[in-house]
Ligand binder design. Sequence first.
Ligand code: CUA
Length: 311
Amino acid sequence: MSGILTLNPLSPQAAAISHLFVDILGVLGGIFLIVLVMVGYAIVRYRDRPGAAPPRQVFGSRKIEIVWTVIPIILLSIIFGFTVRSMHASDPPITPGTTPDLRVVAHQWWWEADYLKSGVIAANEIHIPVGQRWLLELDSADVIHDFWVAELARKIDMVPGHPNHIWLEADRPGTYLGVCAEFCGNEHAWMRFRVIAESAADFDRWQRAQLQVPPKPSGSEAAAGLKLFEQNTCVNCHTILGTPGNQSIGPDLTHFASRTTLAAGAADNTNANLYRWLKDPNSIKPDTHMPNFQFDDADAKALTAYLETLK
Ligand code: CUA
């Protein structure tokens, strides 16, 4: 983040809102200056001087009434025009029938990202090509959530059964923090995601990698972990391509190890944190829907080894 975000917008949508701020500030600054000059003039011109008579008293003036009714109407019309222009620039109408590029589904308490054109399904990290305006469809699997990426000035409610749409774009490559901005239960604060804007080539590379079915793990510990994943009820909630797991109740784990955080941003995605998460999810994210399977140390280690192979 460089300087004051309002004056350094990082997306065309943020720029539209920034322009509105600056334009209205200009109008208000002009009014402030005029008032300042008039007050200054009155203070000097009508100040109390020894022997001076009180100024002429005036009661009622149709001319002034008209002026101070007409001027605000003109100013508000200008501000209304600025506002409509910015609304149109930041959220232009969507042509009916346009297929969204990405469908984001909020869950208590994580984010599912379905790339409708390529078939990639990811979680908690949203990759987009830089400089391209993407249409997002936003839905919820349970309660009302709110999609908010402050730096890109994008925010909209996610209402179960009533998909909303929003444009998402970033001018520069980078990672932009996203949060849930509608209280949705105990782990609302740990419902984070990242928007990763990258060059078209990097994005294509990422997308191709995400479509790969992960190879069977070669090490014996990781192989034991895969077996544990398939034998436990992990498969009833999580998807990993190439395994029986194909549900989206919990995050898709096919390329889990390619992500920077686990549990929707509650911890960095490190070996130690993953092990701790598998041993006792509540120690990292209290009230998470991920159950505590009471894995013994060897099983938790094997599962950690397996999940770490899912690059
Ligand atoms: Cu989801 Cu707050």
